[in-house]
Design a protein. Sequence first.
Length: 888
Amino acid sequence: KSDNAQDLNTVLGKILCIEPNGMIPADNPFYDQLTGINRAIYAYGVRNPFSMSCDPETGKIYFCDVGAEAWEEVNELKPGANYGWKLFQGASGDPAFTDPVFAYNHTDGCAIVGAAFAFHNQALIPDEYRGKFFFADYCKGWIKALDPETGTLIGTFASGVDRPVSLLATPDGALYYLARAGLGGGSEVDNTASDEGAIWKVFWVGEGAPLITSQPQSVLVAESESASFFTQAFGSQPISYQWYLDGAPVPGADSSFLLLDNLSLADSGVLVFCIAQNAFGADTSQTAVVGVSSNKRPEPQILLPLADALYRGGDTLFFSGVAIDPEEGPLSADRLSWKIDFHHADHTHPALPVTPGISEGQYMVGSVGETATDVFFRIYLSARDAQGFEKTVWRDVQPLKTNISIVGPPGIEMNVDGQIRTLPAVFESVVGLSRTIQAPAKQQIGDTVYLFSHWSDGSTDALKVFVTPETPVSLEANFESYTLGHGTGVLGQYFIDPEADFDEAPVVMRTDTTINFNWGNDSPDPQIPSDYFTVRWTGFVQPLFSETYTFDVFSDDGCRLWIGDSLIIDKWEPQAPEEQSGSMLLEAGKKYRLRLEYLEIAGGALAQLRWSSAHQIKQIVPKRQLYPPLYAFPAAVTGNLGLDSNNNGIWDQGEPTFSGATVRLFAAANDSLLFTAFSSTDGRYNFPDLAPGAYYLKIGLPPTADVFLPVQNVDADGFSPVFDLDEGEHLNMDVAWAVTMIALGGNVWLDENHNDLQEATEPLLPDITVLLYRDDSTLVSARMTDAEGQYGFSIVEPGTYFMVFLHQFYPFPLKPAFGLNAQGRTDNFDMAQGQFRIVNVAFFPDTLATGTEEHRNIVLNVYPNPADETLWIASDNMAIRSVRLVDA
């Protein structure tokens, strides 16, 4: 399956680490993440790690990964590494994957085999090869050496090796290699009928006589055919060759290859050998015999497939054939054999092994496999007569091809079956072959970052898998583009600041390209002490993507971070190295005001600013996305919003402050709104990075019920006076209000009819004592109701309170009523900042009758009122003026 190598839920496409006793080591990189046999996974993303070797001196392990149609790789094995297959072949450049130490493409070979760290203890071996890593290519027949310290190729160590398949370094430092030789293809005949494979030991001989390592072989041919012979010798160059027939030198036969044409029966029995010679001596090969027979070879004929047949992925190739022998006539099927090879570039892969005894058959072509188009199937038919003479014919079946085109932003790199293709891309494909195209989730080209959006068919899956149709395929990949910034860094202002209040001018001002400092026990600058300093970085930050960003400040000690007008990190206190985080939604390309304040008390000094988002890996915010403030020496206005509780006309340190108040800064020249901020928890506001000019503030307090009177730098509408800022000036402007209305008050009435409602005819009670307590029974203040029955407390701090109302100074008896318990106490209540609370209470009259005479008018008060009687008032001196009947 194409994605097995990237799937940690299968051991396919993986390198496993297992103890000799079969146990899985507990320190395997995925042991805690996976279960079962998958815990054995040590590395993944490999295609065919055919060979592996460990350096006995360093412990470094290299493995050779056989590639598909593009690259062959030498990789260093590392725990947990992902080597990229099938997303990448060769070097990807993506930090999420581990690139090979060395890779070569298929112009230099086709299949990397063998791996060995060799010659560690061989003093005679030249230094350029001692302790180096050796690997071979099966198709090209070379062995090359690589320097494991630098990853650079030293060069070709050996060439002309007949199908190398394995290398071995022994503990004594020697190097062996296995040359497979033979027919090739891995068929049964290849594996049983050829004995040309050999194991070779590599050793240093210095300068010396030739040594023949490949011997000529005896042949048997039919009359009029040709015979060829080959030998090979090693030794000091140059080496010359001379071939001999029956002991006589053959004129002009001075190479390692000899061809004898048009042999006759008279040539049968001729003895052939070769002498290799150099300046140090000579070596003679074994003798081969030429056999010539009058027997004629059979003539096989392929009937199917037809000469112009084409194949598609997933097709079935049907084959059939016959053979006629000149001496025997038509040959039966048991004299026939078939073989199919899959040709790719300059090498082959076995498809159908040698299959004897049939005159027809079929072969299923896979739809998944080699994606190159320089491929074809070669179908061989061999016929053998009774004398053992054989003849082979073949027919090539070419693929049906079509074009695939991919368009998108120029320069985007698409992963096409593990091979990177740059857009726009047009390439051939075999029809019926399954293709896998992976669009990059994110790619940077120059100053632009591209995020994959969707394919032209609407699919949003970056991975597209399809079977190639006969008609050309056109694909379009759509990306969202984002332009990288061109920032230069932010302004850093460094203060000697034991109070950590930034109330002095900065000692050092400079541009910091990033905020990534670990000063340890040192200081940022010779003018700054190593302890008790603060830093304020100001400027702008420009996000790449429209999404939620998380900002992380890693600091020792405190830090505060504003993005725009939002305080997203607030840890202004001593601390060990610790990371604080804050997030907010940002718009791509927009520049947001940035202010990071840093506090160093004592000990180590550390300040680092990182960011991350859905498409942004966590990293130090880079220079290109940071911009200095608009002015080299910016002005600033800051101050406190507070309550003038001692009524001296200004806000004093320690007096109450307002948090969460809205503060807007306007340009006085045109009344344009420039910035909006909110007062912090300690009541401070701050506008840094300002140009010289005239400004004013508009301040909106939290809900206050209009109980505050502006007294310092603010009017009744919340506007400050206009103020001028010079370049680099830092103005501190406190703003204060005073309390002019009572914050807590109410009235006390006589509830004559006991209905808990204050009615217009019911009198208010003067001379009632009002005691204000905190909820812990601490007495705060005392008042008396006035002639109108009202009381008030002008300033009450936020908190929980209760009141007690006493009637001892009232001229007639009362009982606590509405809002009071039997002792005259209210329930607890809360007072918030700026709140004006009204608390009205009532008393009942106790039993009493009193009378007065005013201006000869009789007034009689009777309590309680008679509920069911008529009240008559009489006088000796005058008639009754009025009768008042109150029904309870």
